[in-house]
Design a binder for this molecule. Structure first.
Ligand SMILES: CC(C)(COP(=O)(O)OP(=O)(O)OC[C@H]1O[C@@H](n2cnc3c(N)ncnc32)[C@H](O)[C@@H]1OP(=O)(O)O)[C@@H](O)C(=O)NCCC(=O)NCCS
Length: 163
């Protein structure tokens, strides 16, 4: 994977990021193009992409806020987002299926954690399905239990990494 680089998103990455989103999540869970566009335009410093040989193969995007309740659906469109917020919230970590199981999400996550630390954030928070609790635990996230979110009709665990 010598040709892999992790970098901050650019406006031209929108279509590639939306394609990844649609291939990795169900239609009810995938972020809308408008939400991704807003995340790219309003908070590029919280949005990293993995590029392999000129192709965007993975992404991690986020918003920031001061409060600890991250289940508000509108927040996904960055309503309530404040770049100065002490908490940074991962909305989506996703890698194209044909590039999975090669450590790309791991690289995105470790870069994101380091970057969040440099930005002076207190915590990284996220919501995930129970099958990914073990995965995020490896990076230091702790399970806060089932959240109030019913996004896409599923059950979501809240996880937190104190920085
Ligand atoms: C979850 C997701 C982002 C992981 O992406 P990934 O790039 O495959 O992640 P990694 O390669 O870092 O790790 C995945 C697994 O591959 C293993 N792995 C990492 N490098 C490897 C390598 N070189 N060879 C073999 N296996 C490897 C990891 O140990 C991990 O094992 P696990 O299945 O026991 O957890 C990806 O599966 C995805 O996009 N899923 C759909 C969207 C989603 O659910 N996102 C999370 C919620 S926001």
């Amino acid at each position: 994977m010598t040709k892999l680089s992790i970098r901050t998103v650019e406006p031209d990455d929108l279509v590639a990021c939306h394609t990844i989103e649609c291939r990795c999540f169900s239609p009810s869970e995938a972020a809308w193009t408008s939400s991704l566009e807003k995340r790219i335009n309003c908070y590029p410093e919280g949005f990293l992409v993995a590029e392999y040989d000129g192709i965007i193969v993975g992404q991690v995007n986020s918003g920031a806020l001061h409060k600890d309740d991250i289940t508000d659906e509108e927040f996904k469109q960055l309503i309530g987002h404040d770049p100065e917020g002490k908490n940074i919230v991962i909305f989506s970590l996703s890698v194209l299926p044909e590039f999975q199981k090669q450590g790309i999400a791991g690289k995105l996550l470790t870069n994101f954690i380091e970057h969040a630390r440099e930005m002076g954030k207190d915590k990284i928070m996220l919501l995930c399905k129970d099958k990914l609790i073990t995965y995020y635990s490896r990076y230091g996230f702790e399970d806060d239990g089932v959240s109030n979110s019913t996004h896409g009709g599923a059950e979501w665990h809240a996880m937190t990494l104190a920085l």
